[in-house]
Design a protein around this ligand. Structure first.
Ligand code: 13P
Ligand code: SF4
Length: 407
C-alpha cells in the first residue's frame, strides 16, 4: 500500500514559474559578428535589462574603456585583484589577473591578500569570494544583475520547504544536502547547517564520496544534470536517483521512491549546456571522423555518454592546450570560451558543438563599461556593487565551502 505523508507546506499551492534569467537565455542567441563588445548603448538596444550605469560610460568604445581600466589598475596596484571566469568575454577576460573555473577562482579569492577583489563572473561566484575572503577585503561584482539562471531555479524558500518535507518523508532521516557552487549563499548555508557540503564540476565525484561516508542519501542542488552524471560515474543506477520537482506535491515522487533513492536531484538545469544534443555530436563526428568531443558535465546524460571526455572548464582548457597539433576538438560549453580556446590553439581544429552562437546571457552582462565604472569609482574612493552576505549565512556557508576545500 502507498504511504502518504502529511505535508502542509505552501509549496503545494505554487504555480510553475521560470526565472527571468532563463527566459533571457532563450532570446540571446547571436551571430558570430555580434559577439565582440560594442559600446554599451548599442548592446542595450536589444531591450535587455541590465544595471543602470552613469551615462558617460554608455558611448565609450572598447579602446577607451581599456585605457580607463589600465589607468585604474596602475593606480590601485597590488590592492586590486581582478578574477575572470572562463566564460567572460575577451574584452573583459584580458584584464583578469587570474582566469579559471569556479573552483580555482574560489581558492584564489580565499588566498588573496588584495584589498579589492573585482569578480568578473556571476553573482554566486562573487558571493563565494565574499564568504571565503577576509573581512577587510571588499568584493565587487561589476554588474549586479549578472546572476545565473540555474542558481535562480533553487530559491531558498522552495529548498527549505523541500528539506522540511524530505526529513518528514524519510523516517530514518538519512539525507545529506550537497549543493553545486552555482547556488545562492543561503543554499550553501543550509548545507553547512545540516552537515552538508558544496561541490564544483571539478570535484563533484570526490564530494559525493565524502557525502556517502556521512549518509546513505544525498539531496543534490540545483543542477539535476551534474548530479545525475556524477551519480552515474559512481555506478549509481538511474532507478536510485529521483528528481525533486519543486512545483509538485511531495516533489512528484512517492515515499517508496524516496526511500529507495541514493540521490535526490533538484529539478534545475543550465540553459546554455542543455542546448547541446547527441545530434550535434553525430554531426561533428560525421564532419571530422577523428574528432574528440569534450563537454561540460552540466550537459544531459545522453550528451555526456556520447562524448569522449567531460569535465569542468579548467579540465577543458587543459585538455585542449595539451592536445597535439593537428587534432580536432568539438566542445560542448559556453561559446566565448570555446572561441577563445580556438584562437589560442591555432594549430588545432577547435569548434563549438552547437553551430548556433548562444553565449551565457548573464556572464555576458559584464561589459567592459561596467568594469571601467567600478574601477574608476574605486580610484575616487567609492565602492560600487559591493557583495555582502549576512553574517549568519556567511558562517554556515563557510562551513560547507571549507568542507569542500578539504576534500
Ligand atoms: P566551472 O566550474 O566548470 O567553471 O563551471 C561554472 C559554470 O557556471 C558552468 O556553467
Ligand atoms: Fe549559470 Fe549556465 Fe551561465 Fe554557468 S553557463 S553561469 S550554469 S547559466
Amino acid at each position: 500500500m502507498k504511504q502518504i505523508v502529511d505535508l502542509t507546506s505552501r509549496r503545494n499551492f505554487k504555480k510553475t514559474t521560470l526565472p527571468l534569467t532563463e527566459i533571457e537565455h532563450v532570446a540571446f542567441c547571436k551571430t558570430e559578428d555580434e559577439l565582440p563588445a560594442q559600446p554599451l548603448i548599442d548592446e542595450l538596444k536589444v531591450n535587455i535589462k541590465w544595471q543602470e550605469i552613469p551615462v558617460e560610460y554608455l558611448r565609450l568604445t572598447v579602446k577607451e574603456l581599456d585605457s580607463r581600466i589600465d589607468r585604474a589598475r596602475l593606480s590601485l596596484g597590488d590592492r586590486l585583484m581582478i578574477l575572470g571566469h572562463h566564460y567572460q568575454r575577451d574584452e573583459v577576460i584580458k584584464h583578469a589577473d587570474v582566469r579559471g573555473d569556479s573552483y580555482l577562482l574560489s581558492k584564489t579569492a580565499a588566498n588573496s591578500k588584495a584589498d579589492y577583489i573585482v569578480f568578473c563572473g556571476v553573482h554566486f561566484m562573487a558571493e563565494t569570494a565574499r564568504v571565503l575572503g577576509s573581512e577587510n577585503q571588499t568584493i565587487i561584482l561589476p554588474n549586479i544583475t549578472a546572476g545565473c539562471s540555474m542558481a535562480d531555479m533553487a530559491p531558498i524558500d522552495d529548498v527549505l520547504d523541500a528539506w522540511d518535507d524530505l526529513t518528514k518523508i524519510l523516517k530514518d532521516q538519512s539525507i545529506i544536502p550537497v549543493t553545486y557552487m552555482n547556488s545562492a549563499a543561503e543554499i550553501k548555508a543550509l548545507c553547512g547547517r545540516n552537515g552538508g557540503i558544496v561541490c564544483t564540476s571539478s570535484n563533484a565525484q570526490n564530494v559525493f564520496k565524502w557525502a556517502f561516508t556521512k549518509s546513505k542519501r544525498i539531496l543534490f542542488l540545483p543542477d539535476q544534470h551534474l548530479g545525475r552524471n556524477t551519480g552515474l560515474k559512481m555506478g549509481i543506477p538511474e532507478e536510485n536517483m529521483v528528481l525533486w520537482n519543486p512545483f509538485k506535491r511531495m516533489g512528484g515522487n512517492s515515499v517508496e521512491e524516496y526511500n529507495k533513492a541514493k540521490v535526490i536531484l533538484w529539478r534545475g538545469h543550465c540553459s546554455v549546456h542543455t542546448r547541446f544534443t547527441v545530434g550535434h555530436i553525430e554531426m561533428a563526428r560525421h564532419r571530422f571522423p577523428d574528432v574528440k568531443v569534450i563537454v561540460h558535465p552540466e550537459c544531459t546524460k545522453e550528451v555526456v555518454a556520447a562524448s569522449d571526455i567531460n569535465g569542468s572548464t579548467e579540465v577543458i582548457r587543459k585538455k585542449i592546450e595539451q592536445a597535439p597539433s593537428g587534432t580536432s576538438w568539438a566542445i560542448g560549453t559556453e561559446i566565448s570560451f570555446v572561441n577563445r580556446l580556438a584562437k589560442e590553439n591555432p594549430s588545432k581544429n577547435v569548434f563549438c558543438l552547437d553551430p548556433v552562437v548562444c553565449p551565457c546571457s548573464t556572464m555576458y552582462r559584464i561589459h567592459p563599461a561596467y568594469l571601467a565604472w567600478v574601477l574608476d569609482a574605486l580610484i575616487a574612493g567609492v565602492v560600487v556593487n559591493e557583495i555582502k552576505v549576512e553574517p549568519e549565512i556567511a558562517e554556515y556557508s563557510r562551513i560547507a565551502l571549507e568542507a569542500m576545500l578539504t576534500v
